[in-house]
Design a protein around this ligand. Sequence first.
Ligand code: F6P
Length: 377
Amino acid sequence: MTVSATKRVGILTAGGDAPGLNAAIRGFGKSAISEFGWELIGFRDGIRGLAENRFITLDSDSLAGILTVGGTILGTSRDKPHKMELDGEIRDMVPTIVDNVEKNQLDGLIMLGGGGTAKNALRLADAGINVITLPKTIDNDIWGTDSSFGFATALEIATEAIDRLHSTAHSHHRIIVAEVMGHKAGWLALGAGIAGGADVILIPEIPYSMESITDMIKERMKSGRNFSVVAVAEGAMELDEAAAFQAAQTLVKDAKTPETKAQAKRHVASLEAGHRENTLRLAHKLEEATGLESRVSILGYMQRGGTPCAVDRLLATRLGAAAADLVAAGKYGYMVAARGEGVEPVRISDVAGKLKLVPTDHSWVAAAREVGTALGD
Ligand code: F6P
């Protein structure tokens, strides 16, 4: 065992769950407890449990057998520390959280989460808490890291789903539209679409025109292929809708007063509400334009559930163990990023508020085009 001053560390999982969270808790926890001899507590239900001081003590026994388990043994929530609903009121819980960290005599707090968690972690770091984050999301959209755990598993699941949809689309001469998770970033739809051989892939980064998609499907029909599989990310949009969104987001950014900002945000929210069920509308339009019967498969939470694949177990374990090394070095305010085969600490202040979107000149985009996949543009 490495000789080090005894520390007390807290850990929590926040945002949407993802395969690999338990592997990361274990990776950090085993290093913390067995390697460094620290005490570890796990807050329940993300930032909500931190604000309500609900936690469990984690020891070697509680970390045993969780490597392969999906979800998170700690529970999670999408709460924000500065705007948390409690007893019917929206409250700023940052001061309470600072008190809880002091009360529990924590040297550090490890937060496992995605983009929203990075913003929340920065708020807590600014309030004086020693925070370290680990990148988790099936969307793969966290800025500053090569990858995030959860993505590889979701990619496997979505790819298998697209594979399976092929044979039924082919048998019934149908268009099947598979909706893949990803509101802002299209990594999952693009990756699974390529790996599963989708004929059309639609992602938020590349707005689409119905004409371009239907032309492609009609070309396939002319050559005797009376079926098509379309992989669409939740956030993919037609050209005019994407333009309206961009204009609304610019209004939010440029708003001069709190009132105009609130008004612009309400407009964005109404556009978001209008986007719901886009996949169903897309399938309907494709049926009308091509005459091929169309069906929708929403892959949904299947993509987030269940045991992590080997790649995610490995990534989560090495990021977790690296986080323990940062705590040992007293280095806080960082996200442990995956960098090639290694890891690299990246300042949380550099990560918060940014997204890693699919660059339109990315090699995956180029490969999809080269094999004749339509991207809707
Ligand atoms: O952040 C990951 C993600 O899986 C998105 O792709 C998806 O749109 C979202 O979470 C939905 O999560 P929830 O319904 O749990 O808020």
